[in-house]
Structure formats: structure tokens, C-alpha cells
Design a protein around this ligand. Structure first.
Ligand SMILES: Nc1nc2c(ncn2[C@@H]2O[C@H](COP(=O)(O)OP(=O)(O)OP(=O)(O)O)[C@@H](O)[C@H]2O)c(=O)[nH]1
Ligand SMILES: [Mg+2]
Length: 228
């Protein structure tokens, strides 16, 4: 199996000849950012484990999950999901967490106007600290979570304008609780990342190597692996 990755955090895979050479595996590091309590960890838990927990357990630093997608007959996609703590006290660490990311989810809670307004700061923080090999911003999707709740305070119109003005690939309403648009949002983001990476690979062909992921930070927990 051929494994492709464009990030500098990956090193050469040993023994890849034992794997199926007809299948390419893409390794993508994806960040999940946004204010505390908006539903980031719930989103990852739903996407990876298919479950929802209504009790809030604040993330400390970062949590780390992996999901393997059978993208097509010839392509697998291994997602490394970096679920970053949204509480202010952890924000000083983001530069380290963002390193090598190829895509990002920015999430807010539709019942919290401050979490929506802070998406501008999260996106700016991301664009200042992470970029693609060609200097462009990494593909980013905006998620308006908790759309199952009736006490909504952020309109679709303002989200749409904000998304366009701040360079998001697109935006979607999600309800992690009701499993609305969770798979669809990730699919859209992965599509965009693969398309951007394929254009970059044409410009930087030397980045296409047989590689395997190597974690460069120790303060995260591996929460396990899931395959669709
Ligand atoms: N009603 C509703 N509640 C949700 C939804 N998604 C998450 N929650 C709840 O919102 C709370 C916060 O969820 P978390 O996923 O822990 O939030 P977080 O963004 O990871 O927060 P930090 O770790 O502090 O950054 C929990 O009580 C979840 O059950 C949703 O779609 N609808
Ligand atoms: Mg969390």
C-alpha cells in the first residue's frame, strides 16, 4: 500500500512492501477548534464511536483520535483528529497543536453568540500559526452545532456572511446530539483536503513519500481507532 502525506511530521514507512501496493493511504491531521462547551469532543466521539454523551467533560489540552475511511476502491484515508480544548486557559498551546495540520473544523454553538463571535479569533489564530506548503490557509469548515435546541441566537444569514468573509470552505448546521450532518461535514472537509493536497503534490512532487505518522507532542491521549 502506498501511503501519502505532505506534512513534515511524517517519516518514511518501513516494510510498506508487505501492504497492498494498489491501495493508497492518505494520512490527514485535522484540528477541531472553537470555544469551550460548543460540542467539539462530542462531535469527535459521535464521528469516531457513534455515541453521544450529554454530560460535559471539559477537554484538558488536547485529545487525540484516529478514524480510518475506505474512501474509494483505491484509496484509504486515515484521519488524525486533534480535539483541542476551547477553554481560554489552554489557548497558549495552540501553535504546537496546529503543527502539520491539513484541515480544520471551527465549531460554535448556535445558542451562544459569544462562541460565534469568537470563531473569528479562532480562525485568525489558525491562519497565523498554520499554513500549507504554498503559504495558503489550511482548508477549514465552519460548524454551527446544537441546532436541535430551540433557543437559537445566531441566524443562518449571519453565519453565511461570516463564512464567506473569513475564507471557510463552507458551513453547515450540525446536531451532534441528533447525529445531524456529522458524517457529511467530515466528508466535505476530507474532499477539500484531498483536492488541495493533490494540487500541492503536483507542485511539490517530492512530498509524495511512503510515510507513517509520528506524533511530535506527548501531552495528548490516544482515544483509540475506528474504521468506517
Ligand atoms: N443539545 C445539544 N447538546 C450538545 C450537542 N453537542 C454537544 N452537546 C453538549 O454540550 C456540552 C459540551 O460538549 P463538549 O463536546 O464536551 O464541548 P467541547 O467543545 O469539547 O468543550 P471543551 O472541551 O471545554 O473545549 C456537553 O454537555 C454535550 O452533551 C448538540 O448537538 N446538541
Ligand atoms: Mg472538549
Amino acid at each position: 500500500m502506498e501511503v501519502k502525506m505532505s506534512s513534515s511530521q511524517y517519516v518514511e514507512r518501513k516494510g510498506s512492501c508487505e501492504l497492498n501496493p494498489a491501495v493508497t493511504e492518505h494520512l490527514l491531521k485535522i484540528l477541531i477548534i472553537g470555544d469551550g462547551n460548543v460540542g467539539k469532543s462530542s462531535f469527535v466521539h459521535r464521528y469516531v464511536n457513534g455515541q453521544f454523551n450529554k454530560t460535559y467533560k471539559m477537554t484538558v489540552g488536547v485529545d487525540f483520535s484516529v478514524k480510518l475511511l475506505n474512501w474509494s476502491e483505491k484509496e484509504k484515508v486515515r484521519l488524525q483528529l486533534w480535539d483541542i480544548a476551547g477553554q481560554e486557559r489552554f489557548i497558549s498551546m495552540t501553535r504546537i497543536y496546529y503543527k502539520g495540520a491539513l484541515g480544520c473544523v471551527v465549531m460554535f454553538d448556535v445558542t451562544s453568540s459569544s462562541s460565534f463571535l469568537n470563531c473569528r479569533l479562532w480562525k485568525q489564530d489558525l491562519d497565523n500559526k498554520a499554513m500549507l506548503l504554498n503559504g495558503d490557509s489550511i482548508p477549514c469548515i465552519l460548524l454551527a452545532n446544537k441546532c436541535d435546541l430551540t433557543q437559537r441566537v445566531v441566524s443562518a444569514d449571519s453565519i453565511n456572511r461570516f463564512s464567506k468573509a473569513n475564507g471557510f470552505v463552507t458551513w453547515m448546521e450540525t446536531s451532534v446530539k441528533e447525529n445531524k450532518n456529522v458524517e457529511q461535514a467530515m466528508r466535505r472537509l476530507v474532499q477539500e483536503i484531498l483536492s488541495v493536497q493533490s494540487s500541492l503534490d503536483q507542485i511539490h512532487p517530492t512530498c509524495q513519500e511512503h510515510v507513517t505518522p509520528q506524533v511530535d507532542s506527548e501531552d495528548h491521549n490516544n482515544r483509540g481507532e475506528s474504521c468506517c
